[in-house]
Ligand binder design. Sequence first.
Ligand code: ZN
Length: 387
Amino acid sequence: MLAFLLVGLPTFGTHATDSPQADVQALVSFGSRVPETPASTQARNYLLAEYRQAGYITEVGRFTYPKFEDKGSTLTIDGVIVEGHALNRSPAGQLSAPLVVVPSVGRSQDFAAVDVKGAIAIVRRGEIRFGEKARNAASAGAVGLVIVNTNSDPLYGVVDGNTNIPVLGLSGQQGESLLQNARTEPPVANLNVNVRQKTVTGYNIIAHLPDVKQPNVLLGAHYDSVPKSPGANDNASGTAVVLELARRLANKPVAHQAWFVAFDGEEDGLQGSKAFVKTAEPKFLSYLQAMLNFDMVGVNDQLFVGGTESLIALVQKTNPKLSKIRDTGASDHESFARAGVPVLFFYRGEEPNYHLPTDTVVDPKLLQATVEAAQSLVQYHLLTTNY
Ligand SMILES: [Zn+2]
């Protein structure tokens, strides 16, 4: 009987069970959704199928961006290999040279105090920008630069501006003894900054009803994740919330005023939303009353909102339990805010599994609560009050 009833029903098959929790589980099951990986493709196909299933037409917005990749950079000294991190935008380089301790932080007067010609200079972090340290080192004749963190954390950073010498970052733990150990005869070290610049292709997923060319509201969330993390909370949670809102609104009049977008490449610097904004017509953007962005909404009881004051006030009117955060700007709404679009950011705050392989679980109740907060805003306050 059951089997007979199910025959021909289009909602069954490989398709999930239409809940944000099931969507999160499906997305997590593919693995970490780094752009250009099979998991990313699987996630894209899943989302496209789910949006179509919910009655929407879909578009895929393809874009490319440059990505800096550290393939394992090291400093070898006295036979010991120290694994550091190439600073972002550093040129690649592999060289053997004396390692010379430069006093202080690598200002030009610091370099005047020592001879670094043909040497690898090593300096402490602080006071001036990484790029300035690198340019001072290069002007003084150094062929490579090592920067040591002021605490025991690894040093990640960006060389701002141009540098023509390779730059490696070390943690304080790794580098402090090297800084302390200024020898009269500097030891020869091997610096290997093993980096490359590649072009990555990303795909935004856009869903809307067939007649909606110009939405009033855009609901978005990034579906990519960082390497090695299945990204349940960051950000299968937001992706699933936007998809669930699309399902719930599909037969409501407001669906004729909305677009739903799953952004790619967020973790590489908001790449998907930047590409979306860049290719959108100015008229399209100026017509948007609100861009709602959802990032990390499946862990932590408190739901925060940030962004444009008028939208925060509006959502707090519908849901007084929402707290306002000072906007960190670290997610896709920022790309729209920069283009003058009013934005509202939904976020539940930092959590211990952030960007780790252990980001595997979200709380279904929190997904539902986020959906409900956004749904009442969109359905009863945002669109209807102004039209
Ligand atoms: Zn995120």
